[in-house]
Design a protein around this ligand. Structure first.
Ligand SMILES: [Zn+2]
Length: 237
């Protein structure tokens, strides 16, 4: 099967374990199956996502790392980088920008999928998580200009990490008004994406995950004139 993205390396940068599975796992499943190398970068340690009074942050962080690795195994993602910033406290800091720049220079992705740095009020009943906004802002700032500029973060050059230019950015967020790219998915790819999401058992209170995934991808597909799809704002650099 030909690789329809035209790219050989991809990267997903998100705030939390499970964010990618909700937003772009079908696309990742499809492209990994077509032979692309994918790296996930998780900005936070996921240590706050539990209502269980018996759960500690340390235990939860370990559980969520394991769940994310399992999800990546389902999708065929080869590398997962955990930056380990405290959950719920993420800021679009220079430190975070440097860490993402480092990952981009190390793994050299052609395309990067990330979260929106803009708080959206388009959808109903969701406010955007501040960590998602921070992760999106830091990622876009790392892609342009830090990853490609030689003199920014000279300590990375000393580590042998040469500048790298990303070709395309895909911003997740299906309620956006500026969606301009739909990645078509087969039913099989939606099923793999669902199986990946199901690995995040500590975060799933809704047992009808499969139905939710199907409905979301069918809705995105409808807007793009397809049966199933994931939707993005694409920026070609
Ligand atoms: Zn999240």
């Amino acid at each position: 099967m030909p690789n329809d993205s035209g790219y050989s390396k991809g990267m997903v940068v998100v705030a939390h374990a499970d964010d990618a599975e909700f937003g772009c796992s079908g696309t990742v499943a499809k492209w990994c199956n077509q032979g692309m190398d994918f790296t996930y970068v998780l900005c936070t340690d996921g240590s706050k996502g539990s209502d269980d009074p018996g759960m500690t942050s340390e235990a939860l962080a370990a559980i969520r790392q394991k769940e994310q690795r399992n999800a990546c195994n389902v999708l065929g993602v080869k590398e997962v980088v955990f930056l380990g910033y405290p959950d719920a406290m993420l800021e679009a800091s220079i430190s975070l920008r440097r860490d993402i720049t480092k990952a981009i220079r190390r793994y050299k992705p052609d395309v990067v999928i990330c979260q929106s740095p803009v708080r959206s009020f388009v959808g109903r009943g969701y406010l955007s998580h501040p960590d998602h906004i921070a992760a999106g802002e830091a990622t876009l700032s790392a892609i342009f200009p830090s990853a490609r500029d030689r003199l920014t973060f000279p300590e990375l050059l000393e580590e042998g990490l040469e500048p790298h230019k990303v070709e395309e950015v895909l911003i997740m967020g299906w309620d956006r008004s500026d969606i301009n790219k739909w990645i078509e998915l087969t039913l099989e790819e939606v099923k793999i994406a669902t199986k990946a999401l199901e690995q995040h058992a500590s975060q799933l209170s809704n047992p009808a995950v499969g139905e939710m995934m199907m409905k979301g991808r069918a809705r995105a597909g409808l807007a793009g004139g397809m049966l199933y799809a994931e939707a993005f704002k694409s920026i070609l650099l």
